[in-house]
Design a binder for this molecule. Structure first.
Ligand SMILES: C[S@@+](CC[C@H](N)C(=O)[O-])C[C@H]1O[C@@H](n2cnc3c(N)ncnc32)[C@H](O)[C@@H]1O
Length: 241
């Protein structure tokens, strides 16, 4: 299983803001009917803020399950957290889920792991259960990048596109949607996110490459940076209904 360590993804960024989480969960609930009895799982949940918000919003009776290979000290208390990798979890946990969420995590697994994981989770849905997979928009994303970051991100997006194509081809009943969030962030804060390597593309950069990139972005933008954070969402329904 891939062991990419992303520590600063949802660490005080727009991705952990109350507004982002509210809008994200509004999008989810528009596309799936859930109530206080729903059983929910988030694979690669990070600090679990999306799940925590769903717990309160839906008054869930069962704490939502979140799994991640990193156990953050400041994770949400409203979730049932398991520090494990995606595939191992299902040996121990025997629940069936109404919603299985995989948000901006699938690209961190290799293709073989993805196929195995999908095979397992499709069997772990309740009759009305759905799997939601979110991934960066591979064609139209606007993530602010410096030159070297752009070329590496483009390469990883080509791989993401292949992954999504494989999933779509093997699941003909898939529904495709987009989740778009308008970001306004102080340049200083965004540069700090880059410095903290918030996105997996940045993990392999040398310190020098990162410093050059930061200088480049500093020149390119004014005080605030505005862009649209665009995600593709694919929804798999339970085919055994
Ligand atoms: C880009 S972050 C997304 C976090 C969260 N889903 C969100 O969108 O805010 C990817 C997360 O997947 C986790 N992860 C990576 N490989 C994993 C694996 N094999 N099993 C479970 N989680 C994994 C990382 O530790 C990280 O927290």
């Amino acid at each position: 299983m891939a062991s990419i360590v992303i520590k600063n993804w949802d660490n005080k960024t727009w991705l952990s803001s109350q507004d982002y989480i509210n809008q994200f969960n509004k999008f989810l609930l528009k596309n799936i009917k859930l109530d206080s009895n729903s059983i929910i799982l988030d694979i690669g949940c990070g600090r679990g803020k999306i799940l925590g918000n769903l717990k309160s919003k839906l008054k869930l009776r069962t704490k939502p399950f979140g799994i991640d290979i990193i156990n953050h000290k400041d994770k949400d208390k409203r979730i049932n957290f398991n520090k494990t990798n995606a595939l191992k979890f299902f040996n121990k946990n025997k629940h069936k889920f109404d919603l299985i969420l995989i948000k901006q995590t699938i690209h961190l697994l290799n293709l073989d792991e993805i196929k195995r994981l999908l095979k397992i989770i499709k069997k772990r849905l309740t009759p009305r259960g759905k799997i939601f997979i979110f991934s960066l928009d591979t064609d139209k994303n606007e993530i602010p990048v410096f030159k070297l970051m752009k070329s590496r991100l483009s390469k990883s997006l080509i791989r993401d596109k292949k992954i999504l194509d494989v999933i779509v081809k093997s699941n003909p009943q898939i529904i495709k949607k987009k989740f778009i969030y308008k970001v306004k962030i102080a340049k200083k804060k965004y540069l700090n996110m880059i410095q903290n390597r918030y996105i997996s593309t940045l993990l392999t950069f040398t310190k020098e490459e990162l410093s050059t990139g930061l200088r480049e972005l500093n020149l390119k933008y004014g005080k605030d940076i505005r862009f649209k954070d665009k995600l593709i969402c694919i929804i798999l329904q339970n085919s055994f209904k």
